[in-house]
Ligand binder design. Structure first.
Ligand SMILES: CC(=O)SCCNC(=O)CCNC(=O)[C@H](O)C(C)(C)COP(=O)(O)OP(=O)(O)OC[C@H]1O[C@@H](n2cnc3c(N)ncnc32)[C@H](O)[C@@H]1OP(=O)(O)O
Length: 427
């Protein structure tokens, strides 16, 4: 049922000091209304239930004008994620559901919410790291978030020769799962990827169900989401979720396979999964939701160029508490250097820090020693999940300053991880 847009009278557009507070128990509908206005949505009750199942109401913020404290001008929420970092899983505050009422935009509402969110995490000693998916790339840099992962979208021409010959395992068989397939049965396959790849978060039953959710624009003209399982006698070793958009042209069948998820525990199962997805009858192409930049699929394809790879930004990361965040991950090599960090929004991070880090972890302490590298918290966030050569790339773009010769290469190598960060879920 469509919701009537909430009234919102913005008084003094320039001078309003927004008050940020928690969501009241009777404000969920008003919260949804702001989100629907911000994102130009109209949800069915069924879709609303799925999306609300993920909302942590006690971590949901609203911004109001104190003169009209019941009119929500903006909203934001946090998911309590456990996300893999280089070295292992750790708590990460996932910012989400950010929306500002269209009548209040560009008047500092988001700025007030962000300040409250980051200062609140710091003040309460919550997650030292925050992450988000940005609806638009230009929004969050000013709040200290850096683009910490990249992803690649592919459209593979269908056919039995799309993939190079790959190791075959005669024990593997492919089957389609029924709707009654218990979701936990496939979770060990997801977890195999989760535990090795920075950026992937742990899923409980609510998040496993949410992974089956297909947004309305991606439903029209397509089959329901189907699940293909690759298994041997001991259980599942790969699974994929896909829809088919049946299409016909004058030349014949022109269907499109839309692949939403693809995970495997090992190379033979992964190759078997893609052989199935890339050669369904009556289809002509396979549209693959963005994958990690080091996805083995890129090396399974005979013709990467022909799959029209498109690079995009993915998860954004912000170090909320640098002193706790830097030791929360592992580093690819030993490094001992002084970082000079600029962070106007979270001044407790600003200044010079000695980082002594290696594969076993890191020690971080304030120092007055001269800096080897100078950078903003946004650049630290961009390197935090281990994106290959991130610090060196950012330095080449003029965003990291090397003050001691050789420090950049050492730091860039230590921050890089051998598995590239990525998130399969856009939350
Ligand atoms: C993590 C997530 O949930 S991502 C989802 C974000 N939400 C959306 O995209 C929904 C639609 N958009 C909105 O609701 C709003 O326009 C928001 C949330 C993007 C911005 O909220 P506002 O209250 O307008 O932002 P605010 O007034 O605090 O702007 C702060 C600064 O960011 C800039 N800014 C805000 N939005 C954008 C944007 N989309 N692109 C570029 N710059 C932006 C402003 O110009 C301002 O810059 P300034 O400090 O130099 O003047």
């Amino acid at each position: 049922m469509a919701t009537r847009p909430p009234a919102l009278v913005v008084r003094s557009v320039v001078t309003t000091t927004w008050q940020v507070r928690g969501l009241g128990p009777d404000e969920v509908r008003a919260f949804l209304a702001v989100d629907e206005l911000g994102f130009h949505l109209s949800r069915s009750p069924e879709d609303e239930a799925v999306e609300l199942s993920l909302l942590e109401q006690d971590r949901t913020l609203v911004a109001v004008d104190p003169a009209a404290p019941r009119d929500l001008a903006g909203v934001a929420a946090t998911y309590s994620h456990v996300m893999t970092l280089p070295g292992g899983p750790a708590p990460v505050a996932g910012l989400t559901w950010v929306s500002v009422h269209p009548a209040a935009r560009r008047r500092g509402v988001l700025s007030a919410l962000m300040r409250h969110h980051l200062h609140g995490l710091h003040g309460e000693g919550r997650e030292p790291v925050a992450a988000l998916w940005a609806s638009e790339a230009a929004i969050y840099g000013r709040f200290g978030y850096g683009a910490a992962s990249r992803q690649v979208g592919l459209t593979v021409p269908r056919g039995p020769r799309a993939l190079v010959p790959a190791p075959d395992d005669p024990a593997l068989r492919v089957r389609l799962a029924g709707d009654d397939e218990p979701l936990e049965r496939l979770e060990r396959v997801y977890d195999a990827e989760r535990l090795r790849r920075p950026g992937v978060h742990a899923r409980d039953e609510r998040w496993r169900r949410a992974a089956l959710f297909v947004p309305p624009p991606e439903r029209a003209g397509r089959t329901p989401l189907r699940t293909v399982v690759v298994e041997d006698g001991a259980g599942a070793r790969a699974y994929g979720r896909y829809q088919v958009e049946p299409r016909w042209s004058a030349a014949g069948a022109d269907g499109v396979v839309h692949v939403r998820e693809a995970f495997a525990t090992d190379p033979a199962a992964y190759a078997a999964l893609w052989r199935f997805l890339c050669d369904l009858d009556l289809t002509a192409s396979v549209h693959v939701r963005p994958r990690p930049t080091d996805d083995p699929l890129l090396d399974l394809l005979v013709d990467v160029r022909g799959a029209q790879p498109t690079l995009g930004d993915a998860l954004y990361v912000r170090l909320v508490d640098l002193e706790r965040a830097l030791p929360a991950r592992a580093y690819a090599g030993e490094v001992d250097l002084v970082l000079e960090v600029a962070d106007p929004l979270c001044p407790w991070n600003a200044g010079r820090w000695r980082l002594a880090a290696g594969p076993g972890g890191a020690a971080v302490e304030r120092t007055s020693a001269p800096a080897d590298l100078a950078l903003g918290t946004r650049e630290l966030g961009a390197a935090y999940l281990g994106a290959a050569g991130a610090l060196a790339r950012l330095a080449a773009a003029g965003r990291v300053e090397e003050r001691t010769a050789g420090a950049l290469v050492r730091a860039s190598r230590a921050f890089s991880w051998d598995v590239q960060p990525w998130s399969p879920a856009v939350w």
